[in-house]
Design a protein around this ligand. Sequence first.
Ligand SMILES: Cc1ncc(COP(=O)(O)O)c(C=O)c1O
Length: 451
Amino acid sequence: MSPGQQRRFVLPESELPTHFYNIAADLPEPLPPPLHPATREPIGPEALAPLFPMELIRQEVSTERVIPIPEPVREAYRIYRPSPLIRALGLEQSLDTPARIYYKNESVSPAGSHKPNTAIAQAFYNQAEGVTRLVTETGAGQWGSALALAGALFGIETKVFMVRVSYEQKPYRRSFIQTMGATVVPSPSRETNAGRQVLAADPDSTGSLGIAISEAVEEAATREDTKYSIGSALNHVLLHQTVIGQEAIKQMEMAGDAPDVVIGCAGGGSNFSGIAFPFLRDRLAGNSQTRFLAVEPASCPSLTRGEYRYDFGDAVGMTPLLKMHTLGHEFRPAPIHAGGLRYHGMAPLVSHLYELGFIEARAYGQNTCFEAAIRFARTEGLIPAPESSHAIRAAIDEALDAREAGESRVILFNLSGHGYFDMAAYDQYLAGGLTDVEYEPVAMATAEAVA
Ligand SMILES: Cc1ncc(COP(=O)(O)O)c(C=O)c1O
């Protein structure tokens, strides 16, 4: 590293984005619509009304290019936004690469990840329409933490169905959610028909994001006073996350660089879209050659191994049908430590853009991701979330590839969260106790798969 090279690119609060960027306005072909499971006809807004406030339904189907961010949302964002862009000089040096590596640090939010970007917006729109109670699911606990935080900020009672394996592996995520004033229940639970149905078939079920979604959707659909909130996959969630990429565009300009490749880990697709879509706008307009790389776990590879077809968003089959890359809604991902990447499907927008050839995808096993995470921790001083370590693995491989090719590639990745509530996973990795779980296109879900 040359002395004096700038490491942090920080925007003032006045540069906080004023609008969300809606990529639906720039798609070369429109997104296939959600379908009613019985009629297979496109659903109208009324079908979603029991679950979401009208403004979020409007955003879900909007093709307006920009949507203003309400002032109370921007005010709450100012607790942690704009987030810094960091040049990973230590990592570059350790790899002896001519590549320049940058990361957008979304771990600085109070909940520790990018998830509050949409949680805050969703809590605001619900509050504005008089909703007093929200229910949701959480995989790794990051999304539950974010909604609990947003519920506290906007005075909304919040309940979280937390995938059982994470509930047990990550007691302090549970405590975080409770400290913020929300209720947390391990899923599958006996509180819903969906949960009871799963437990009847498999009393030892460790749960999955799809099952927890079924439980939360059921509770919202059957309670007048409650709406549902989702942490990923749907269009309005990806829309809210575009604050990440909009800031990153300005910060890369400050750095005098433009990314050759933009990388994000992908569970349901929201943090990847958040950093990628604002840059993709130029690529869709034919003005850039930037590559976009979504990184997923080898044990739950919806983009690289899934089929592109209509499927349910939840495990039990209660949601509308979405056209997406899916491993099948019956698929039960193995309980790897990147809990937030254990989802059978992929956001319809990401799936569509992948089909159209604008996005690449890659899958990695968890050991190689932890190895990358530890290199990052020891060179950059920050312990990443196991989910984010997938993006780091890909960024390192891009940097090594650039070294091989003798090219000065510019790599930008999203650091979607920190791993300070995931130290049990690091303990296991350091003790040599992690198994790489290969994807098998049949139901497979037992705790032994990881231990
Ligand atoms: C830190 C972190 N990164 C990534 C993800 C994956 O979600 P998405 O693909 O929606 O960004 C999660 C989900 O919980 C997460 O907690």
